[in-house]
Ligand binder design. Structure first.
Ligand SMILES: NC(=O)c1ccc[n+]([C@@H]2O[C@H](COP(=O)([O-])OP(=O)(O)OC[C@H]3O[C@@H](n4cnc5c(N)ncnc54)[C@H](OP(=O)(O)O)[C@@H]3O)[C@@H](O)[C@H]2O)c1
Length: 334
């Protein structure tokens, strides 16, 4: 049994995580924080959420828990992670604070100095399926971004075999909860309803360096991405469609076998039969990633769907916790 705390409990990922933690028999939630609503119940602040008393982050006894989950904006996460590690507590950070390997890249993409650059080397990138060995016992886990989770899982089998021959185009769609609960004009109902909006297209989205850095670790071919995310007027769900130029010696049945073999023992990854497509409805409210594929004239078209708040955030964070502490990986997630 371990004791955990959640910082930033009133946001979408925080609430999702607290719901999941309630189903985990080896975890006790000790505190959940909110700056704006301390001393209220989570259920009062977020209708339908578990009835758990919130506290001010200043009063969080970091040293009394084994692990804290950071469901905060990245600036606050970096500082909170440093404080938690100083107190001897492990950290799983859902923000982007520790996903990039170096402080210069962070500064370029996030427009500010990294508040704790000395911790970047230690952070383990928490794409569970590909980083399991490094996650065991890790002190600091950088949970992946939601878009990168789909894109990286969709490309991993091909990269291991260096089967990609050039630039990959990613057309991705996310529900509005991906933008968080903190109010912003661009995610208000009237702004998003009955619209389908591309944003940060091409090579301008902050998830681009995160994805390309991991791809470069897997293969010398280092494919470049053109990445075009879209905001869809639905509450949750994320779907990426990838157009992947293939080396000429790969054919469709071989590729399908490659995906099946790579993910054969993975409890949360489903490879569809050739020609079938992944959809958001197949994964919503689950920690699964569903992947479909079809080959067209030397281009592999891969669809990959997740629930952005589960496999894209809180679910994968819990999966990582299970690996870090040696629990059965599916506990609390099935
Ligand atoms: N939403 C997704 O699908 C998703 C997916 C992957 C990763 N993420 C990342 O996960 C983190 C949390 O995302 P979210 O969607 O849950 O965000 P959110 O809904 O906006 O919630 C943010 C939380 O942080 C607290 N907070 C806000 N500003 C703060 C500040 N300046 N100092 C301290 N606490 C502050 C908020 O509550 P109080 O103000 O009451 O403290 C709230 O509990 C972000 O870094 C996000 O990029 C999100």
């Amino acid at each position: 049994m371990i004791d955990v705390g959640v910082l930033g409990a009133t946001g979408y990922t925080g609430v999702e995580l607290i719901r999941l933690l309630g189903r985990h028999e080896q975890v006790q939630l000790k505190f959940a924080t909110s700056r704006s609503n301390p001393d209220r119940s989570l259920a009062q602040v977020f209708p339908g959420a578990p009835d758990f008393n919130l506290i001010d982050p200043e009063h969080a006894a970091l040293e009394d828990v084994d692990l804290v989950f950071l469901c905060l904006p990245h600036e606050q996460s970096a500082e909170a992670a440093a404080a938690a590690l100083q107190a001897g507590t492990r950290v799983i950070d859902l923000s982007a604070a520790f996903r990039l390997a170096d402080a210069d890249t962070y500064r370029r993409w996030y427009g500010q100095r990294h508040p704790a650059p000395e911790l970047l080397d230690e952070a383990v990138y928490g794409l569970t399926e590909t980083e399991r060995e490094r996650l065991v016992g890790a002190r600091l886990v950088a949970n992946p971004g939601c878009y990168p989770t789909t894109v990286l899982l969709a490309l991993y089998p091909l990269l291991l075999e260096s089967a990609v021959s050039g630039q990959v185009i990613v057309d991705a769609k996310s529900g509005v909860s991906g933008a968080g609960r903190t109010p912003k004009l661009a995610s208000q109902f009237v702004e998003v309803a009955e619209d389908l909006r591309p944003y940060s297209i091409g090579r301008t989205h902050r998830h681009l360096p995160e994805m390309e850095a991991i791809l470069a670790r897997w293969s010398d071919t280092k494919p470049r991405l053109i990445f075009s995310p879209h905001l869809v007027p639905i509450s949750r769900g994320l779907l990426s469609t990838l157009y992947i130029p293939l080396r000429s010696d790969w054919v469709e049945p071989q590729l399908h076998d490659l995906y099946l073999e790579t993910y054969t023992d993975e409890p949360f990854i489903t490879i569809l039969p050739v020609g079938e497509v992944a959809t958001m409805r197949q994964v919503n409210y689950s920690n699964r990633c569903v992947i479909g594929m079809t080959e067209v004239d030397g281009t592999l078209v891969v669809t990959a769907a997740i629930d952005n708040l589960q496999k894209g955030a809180a679910g994968q964070a819990l999966q990582n916790m299970n690996v870090v502490f040696g629990f059965e990986e599916t506990t609390g997630l099935l």
